[in-house]
Design a protein around this ligand. Structure first.
Ligand code: DGI
Ligand code: FE
Ligand code: FE
Ligand code: FE
Length: 188
């Protein structure tokens, strides 16, 4: 597998400078959350670094990958926001030769969450949201809630994202609603 140095160079090649800095901040935040939640910090590091690897790929690259890797054809009805995690994971496997399914799942679900999330997947979902470069209203509360209890952070982020999508009349990917229902307290 690639050394950290080789991985960093391949990621840097794919991303604008500001996004490359973002993934490095996500890595740091993910390592911290890993230490707080008894997860392997090395896995958190790699997942944090690669999570947005495919974010700047063309729509045509994603459409081709959905066909090539025989992913759910419904994905073709969505766009970059949904593709860069779920489809991006396949490009990471192929191009970065990362085969650890925990890491690939964490990438897959970093935008929408999922009904079933490992602790690593929750860490990447939350680290992406609360890394120190984020400055939306409510981010301080999101940081506090997440460091107190990772699952509460997942609910906080998913509820905020759903509110944002509805307020802006954007389509909701069904998995985002499933994530909310799966992790909100009292759901069965
Ligand atoms: O890639 P990043 O910007 O670091 O962060 P991200 O992968 O978490 O992407 C966040 C964006 O994804 C945000 O603008 C909202 C969008 N998003 C999340 N869930 C959904 C969604 N967009 C749509 N249309 N539907 C969703 O369910
Ligand atoms: Fe992302
Ligand atoms: Fe996110
Ligand atoms: Fe990100």
């Amino acid at each position: 597998s690639y050394s950290r140095e080789e991985l960093l160079s391949k990621i840097k090649q794919q991303l604008h400078e500001s996004r490359f800095k973002h993934v490095q901040r996500v890595e740091k935040t993910a390592i911290q959350l890993a230490q707080e939640n008894d997860v392997d910090p090395e896995k958190a590091s790699i997942a944090g670094l690669v999570h947005d690897y495919a974010k700047q790929r063309s729509d045509d690259d994603f459409r081709q990958a959905i066909v090539d890797y025989q992913l759910d054809p419904d994905l073709l009805n969505w766009g970059n926001a949904i593709w860069h995690g779920i489809v991006g994971a396949e490009l990471i496997k192929k191009e970065l030769k990362i085969f650890d399914e925990d890491i690939l799942d964490a990438v897959r679900y970093h935008t929408t969450g999922s009904t079933y999330m490992t602790t690593l997947a929750k860490i990447i979902y939350m680290a992406d949201y609360i890394e120190p470069g984020r400055n939306f209203p409510g981010v301080e509360m999101a940081r506090k809630v997440t460091h107190d209890n990772l699952d509460d952070g997942v609910v906080y982020q998913t509820a905020s994202t759903l509110n944002y999508l509805i307020s802006n009349q954007k389509p909701i990917y069904p998995k985002t609603i499933e994530t909310y229902n799966a992790w909100v307290p009292g759901a069965s």
